[in-house]
Structure formats: structure tokens, C-alpha cells
Design a protein around this ligand. Structure first.
Ligand SMILES: [Zn+2]
Length: 303
């Protein structure tokens, strides 16, 4: 994720590229193409959104609807740890052939973005209805409404390809630009010049081709330089993104403890174990009768 500024801060932007992280996240699931592509897009959008925020925490982008994909979640921490999963109904998905991609996948629904900065802090949440034809359109509506800034973006996702050169994995790329208000930091510009600067940055963004955006051989800084070399381009240090789930035996224990013991007992399998599978990374956590005993003993002893 590479943040950048144009024209002394009149335009703020971010470039996101994802490759191996998508392979790792999507490789752990067996999603139909329509689901995998939407999750890849959502992970990319979440990474760009999180990049706009300065504080530490977990940023979650969640899509819920009444369509064949009722739930899709992507989250990213300020450290760049990315994860995601989707629930879907394969039959309904196969039958959904009419309408836009968003209608076919999600039906009527909404996109919600949550920032969680840990216990004892308020959770921030913003929501928009899914009103665009693509997830990029919906995300743009979200950016504009929540941040009250004119926003343009380009998003492209490419599934793995077989064959030539041994094949290639998932690729995703996104560039967002936002028009910043004229302020004390930009005294040398008139309102008219600021408008021209914004229009030019949009036209240049639209000149970007999908192949360039997705081409891992073109480094992010070089790609931006090609686009905006004449527009006072300044880049901030890039931030790394990687696939990493935040689940742990400790967290699962905490979740188990939040349910009445009787309900957990009923989940025991034929071996007398309770098995909890993380929806994000598919890690399975096993709890024997003795382990469960310990879970509840800890609760009683806790202050
Ligand atoms: Zn996990």
C-alpha cells in the first residue's frame, strides 16, 4: 500500500497491490469464481480504506445482503495483517444470471466499515447501501459519503492463470484519489487551479490500463511515476500487507467461555471433543473434555 500526494496535497491517493496474500487467503477456501473474485476485491478495497486511517486498530469491511452471498468479510490491521471469508449458497449463485455483478452476488444489501481500536474505545461504523453495479462503485459511494471528499478509483482483480511460464497466482490492484479541501497547506493554489488539478488527476487515472495496474513487474512507485510525474507526485513510505489471521487458542477459549457450558457440551463430537474451525483461515482448534474443564475453571477463578 503506497500513499501519495499530488500538487502539494490538493489530491491524496493510495495504490494497493495484492498477490501472494490473495493466494494464501483464497487458497485456504474452495470458493466458486464469483465468490473468490468478490472477496479479492473486498480485501483490496479494505486495504485501501484502512490506509486512510491514522490510528492503530482493526478495520473491517463487511458486506451483507439477501443474495447468494449473504456475508462477506475482510479485515486488515494497522500492522497490515489481512484476512477474509465469505458465506455463500452455491445453488442460488449458479442460478443468479441476471443483473449487475453486485445484484447477482449480494442482492439488496449494504456495505459496512468498522474501526475497532481495542477495548475501552468506541467503535466507529459507516454504512452505505449497495447501490453500484460493481463493488468498486459501492466503495466509491462509501468513500464519498463517509469522508465527504470527491473520490475516484480504479480496481482490477485477476484470478490465477495456468500455463504460460508456469502460471501465475491472484493479482489485484487499486488506485484511489481524493480531492482534499483547499487549506492553509495549499495557499499557492486558487480554487480554479485546484479544480483543474483534480480534473487532470482523474483523466490520468482513467488512462491507466488494467494490465499495468496488475503487472507485478511494474513497481508501485514506477507505476505512479508514469501516471503523475508532472503533477508534483510525492510518495510516503509503502506499507506491507500480508495474509495473517488473528485467531488463537486463547481467543477461541474466550469465545467458548462466552456461551453457556450446556450449549458447548452439546457440540461434542463422537470423540467427546469440541472442534472449533476458524472461518477466516480454517485452523481447527480441538478441545477435549479435560480442556473444556480448564476453560470453565479459568472462568470461575478469573477476577
Ligand atoms: Zn484463523
Amino acid at each position: 500500500m503506497l500513499p501519495f500526494l499530488l500538487d502539494a496535497g490538493l489530491v491524496r491517493g493510495r495504490l494497493v497491490r495484492l498477490g501472494p496474500a490473495l493466494d494464501e487467503i483464497l487458497g485456504g477456501h474452495d470458493y466458486p469464481a464469483m465468490v473468490a473474485e468478490r472477496l479479492a476485491e473486498t480485501l483490496t478495497i479494505a486495504s485501501a480504506l484502512a490506509g486512510a486511517l491514522k490510528y492503530e486498530g482493526v478495520f473491517t469491511l463487511q458486506i451483507q445482503g439477501d443474495g447468494p452471498i449473504p456475508l462477506l468479510v475482510a479485515d486488515v490491521t494497522s500492522a497490515g495483517d489481512l484476512r477474509g471469508y465469505a458465506r455463500f449458497d452455491a445453488e442460488r449463485l449458479a442460478a443468479a444470471t441476471q443483473g449487475t455483478v453486485v445484484e447477482r452476488c449480494f442482492g439488496k444489501g449494504y456495505l459496512a466499515f468498522t474501526v475497532d481500536q481495542g477495548p475501552d474505545t468506541d467503535r466507529y461504523q459507516g454504512i452505505v447501501a449497495l447501490e453500484g453495479a460493481t463493488l468498486a462503485d459501492c466503495a466509491r459511494a462509501y468513500f464519498e459519503r463517509s469522508e465527504q471528499l470527491a473520490t475516484e478509483m480504479m480496481l482490477a482483480v485477476r484470478p490465477p492463470r495456468d500455463g504460460v511460464g508456469g502460471g501465475a497466482g491472484w493479482r489485484a490492484g487499486m488506485v484511489t484519489i481524493q480531492r482534499m479541501p483547499l487549506g492553509p497547506r495549499s495557499p499557492i493554489f486558487t480554487a480554479e487551479e485546484a479544480g483543474e488539478s483534480w480534473n487532470r488527476s482523474i483523466i490520468l487515472l482513467r488512462s491507466l490500463r488494467e494490465e499495468e495496474l496488475l503487472d507485478g513487474a511494474i513497481a508501485p512507485a514506477r507505476l505512479l511515476n508514469r501516471l503523475y510525474h508532472a503533477d508534483g507526485l510525492v510518495t510516503d513510505p509503502a506499507r506491507a500487507l500480508r495474509a495473517r489471521c488473528r485467531c488463537s487458542a486463547d481467543r477461541v477459549r474466550g469465545t467458548l467461555r462466552s456461551f453457556p457450558r450446556q450449549e458447548i457440551e452439546e457440540l461434542k463430537d463422537e470423540n467427546g471433543e469440541v472442534v472449533v474451525t476458524c472461518e477466516f483461515c480454517k485452523t481447527r482448534y480441538h478441545y477435549s473434555a479435560t480442556d473444556l474443564e480448564a476453560v470453565y475453571v479459568t472462568e470461575t477463578d478469573a477476577p
